[in-house]
Design a protein around this ligand. Structure first.
Ligand SMILES: C[S@@+](CC[C@H](N)C(=O)[O-])C[C@H]1O[C@@H](n2cnc3c(N)ncnc32)[C@H](O)[C@@H]1O
Length: 269
């Protein structure tokens, strides 16, 4: 639901095609109006790390399908897997019949196909860490690849207001014991953390003033109904206040507690 609303607003207001963070290269001002450019930069960066012999790709958690379409246009044979109905409708429309779309969780995929590469662009964190590597290994041919571009937790995230990301040390241990070997590990935390500053600014300068104005309006017109609503949703309101008002969701917090990485792993031959 959050991603769906985010996509509708992002596309309608800011020309955003993707659901991933932007990659902020030096010289590109971290501003929401530049986010679509930073997202394109993220795609270029990932594409530049696809090994040369890769021809077929399974795009896991393909979101709107905009990245898959880019890959199709570059000549890759791309299939997708995504459990979200709304996103699958967009992907079907965008890719037509050229790609198979597995409408399920990655963990539940049923196919005999083997791919040159399984790719996770900011979707790895949503998949059960205890299963994801084995499932990926079953879908990649011998000598094929797994590319992950996503953020991980550096340390206990209890004190961090930004949710998401598997524990990096656990992931590294699992890779060590798997049939994959890490061949590339690039840290892009500094280039991705400005996304949090943009979100923080939007929360403080837009979301909170809008909510305050709406509250003042309802208080003057329907004071009793407002009281009932606030009581009815008190737990949700408290949770939202803790999440958005505590002020620990900036780029600096992100860089302290998370690490955004591009990993390319190769399956043994
Ligand atoms: C942040 S979006 C990234 C979308 C897209 N890869 C991109 O780069 O724009 C995360 C995606 O992961 C998908 N997802 C969540 N849980 C999943 C699962 N268990 N298996 C496969 N995809 C999943 C969501 O539906 C969503 O499409």
């Amino acid at each position: 639901m959050g991603l769906e609303i985010g996509h509708i607003l992002g596309k309608g207001l800011f020309k955003l095609e993707h659901l991933h963070y932007g990659l902020w290269k030096k010289g590109l001002e971290p501003d929401v109006l530049n986010l679509h450019l930073a997202q394109e930069e993220y795609c270029r960066f990932v594409i530049s790390h696809i090994p040369a012999e890769v021809k077929s790709i399974l795009d896991v958690g393909c979101g709107t399908g905009a990245f898959s379409k880019k890959l199709v246009d570059l000549g890759y044979k791309v299939d997708c897997v995504c459990p979200t109905e709304y996103q699958n409708e967009l992907v079907e429309e965008l890719l037509g019949g050229s790609s198979e779309i597995f409408k399920c969780k990655f963990e539940d995929i049923q196919t005999d196909r083997k791919y040159d590469m399984v790719m996770f662009c900011e979707s790895f964190q949503y998949i059960d860490l205890d299963r994801v590597i084995d499932v990926a290994a079953s879908l990649v041919r011998q000598g094929g690849y797994m590319l992950i571009c996503d953020f991980f937790k550096k340390q206990s995230a209890d004190s961090c207001g930004i949710k998401g990301g598997h524990k990096l040390d656990k992931f590294m241990n699992l890779i060590e014991r798997s049939s994959f070997k890490m061949i590339e590990d690039i840290d892009i935390t500094a280039e991705t953390s400005p996304n949090l500053d943009i979100l923080d600014r939007a929360t403080k300068e837009v979301m909170i003033p809008v909510v305050d104005a709406a509250e003042r309006f309802f208080k003057s017109r329907h004071p009793i109904a407002l009281k009932i609503l606030k009581f009815r949703y008190r737990k949700k309101i408290k949770k939202a206040e803790q999440k958005y008002l505590k002020g620990n969701r900036t780029g600096k917090d992100f860089a302290e507690y998370k690490t955004y990485r591009l990993f390319v792993c190769r399956k043994a031959k």
